[in-house]
Design a binder for this molecule. Sequence first.
Ligand code: ATP
Ligand code: MG
Length: 139
Amino acid sequence: MERTLAIIKPDGVAKGLVGEIIRRLEREDLTILALKMIWMTKEQAKGFYGVHAGKPFYESVTNFMSSGPSVVMVLEGEGVINAYRRLMGATNYKEAEKGSIRREYATDIEKNVVHGSDSPQSAAFEIAYFFNELEIFKR
Ligand code: ATP
Ligand code: MG
């Protein structure tokens, strides 16, 4: 069993897509172990996307991630990291597979509606960044 951190980014919340995205997760049998709404500070967003520090989009993406509330979730399932990344689609919505969340709802390479961890190592860091063990449901 694997875990991943999923985020419905501020653009997804602002567009009223929380229900739609959760419906897709449930339909694909990705189990939600934890869920909350947060409004990241700029500092929290910088720490979260620390691997991108120094890249040209770092300032902008951390401003975006702290621009409004997000929904953060812990998902569990076999191969959930890649399964959820397939559901999200490519970073650039124009290259994302038809039917994926980003292809359907993203409007911008930055404002791309959802986040998902990209490896077991980043999942462990990202889950611990937002949740303590008491907040994560044990099956
Ligand atoms: P995420 O980490 O949010 O799940 P990802 O793994 O598909 O997305 P990353 O390369 O980790 O993509 O980039 C993190 C986020 O930074 C992207 O989701 C997007 O919001 C923003 N971003 C990435 N590349 C660019 C870019 N070239 N221009 C603007 N924003 C970008
Ligand atoms: Mg990433």
